[in-house]
Write a protein that binds this ligand. Structure first.
Ligand code: MLT
Length: 243
């Protein structure tokens, strides 16, 4: 298994081909996805365009749909909830279709939606995703961060390093690092693995969230490692379900 990490959707070369993709948006889209599926959401349907999301959601009964989204870290007007993993509690999401759009996370998902096996990673389900990859044994994995508006994000790289470290520890003989972006992510993980929340807080998007409002509970939730067993996968283009 050869692992490649790219910082944001625009960094994946046009001709790059992978048989698995792992999308990361630690703060906060893929953490919210993991928690929503863990809490019983029927599926998460993701959109980059808000008009398309609104039109699609209207095809579902109002008591079976939840609109989740943010722009710039703030809840979108008219949506049911923002993009906080703390908002997708069982009473809000159980049995419901989540219609989701976020600033960067849903764009990263869109970039690799044609990859046959697409998973989403957050720190809480890091080992669940690692174990799934060790069962599937894809030959090439595209680990894709969401970044911020096309640029690097510290927290996504930290999570990419955490996944790389998990895989290398478990199967070092047959796991290869494919690019220096992943070497750097592994070094970042080594540096911060004892203070994950501290890393999230110094990250530029962490500071953006802290500047909007108190997000202490979001930081704590997004920094929790290996406590969910849920494996979100793309069952059809743009739709994520739990294995
Ligand atoms: C994003 O997609 O950029 C994020 O998930 C933003 C956030 O909700 O903090």
């Amino acid at each position: 298994m050869k692992l490649f990490y790219f910082h944001a959707a625009g960094d994946v070369p046009d001709n790059f081909s992978a048989d698995s993709a792992v999308v990361i948006d630690v703060l906060r889209a893929t953490t919210t996805i993991a928690w929503a599926l863990n809490n019983g959401a029927e599926a998460i349907q993701t959109f980059t365009e808000l008009e398309e999301l609104k039109n699609e959601s209207l095809k579902w009964p109002s008591d079976k749909r939840v609109l989740v989204g943010e722009r710039g870290g703030k809840k979108i007007d008219g949506f049911d909830i923002g993009n906080s993993p703390l908002g997708v509690t069982p009473d809000v999401v159980k049995g419901k279709r989540i219609f989701m759009s976020t600033t960067n996370g849903t764009r990263a998902l869109n970039r690799v939606r044609d990859v046959s096996n697409l998973l989403t990673l957050s720190l809480p389900n890091r080992s669940a995703i690692g174990k799934k990859l060790l069962v599937d044994l894809p030959s090439t994995v595209c680990i894709l961060g969401s970044g911020w508006e096309g640029s690097y994000s510290l927290e996504d790289s930290l999570a990419a390093g955490s996944l790389g470290a998990f895989l290398l520890a478990d199967h070092s003989g047959s796991i290869n690092v494919g690019n220096d972006e992943l070497n750097a992510a592994l070094a970042l993980w080594d540096l911060w693995k004892e203070n994950i929340e501290g890393c999230l807080r110094i990250a530029s998007h962490g500071q953006r969230l802290a500047g909007i409002a108190n997000h202490d509970d979001d930081f704590a939730c997004c920094a929790e490692l290996d406590m969910l067993s849920v494996v979100p996968f793309q069952s059809e283009p743009g739709v994520l379900r739990a294995y």
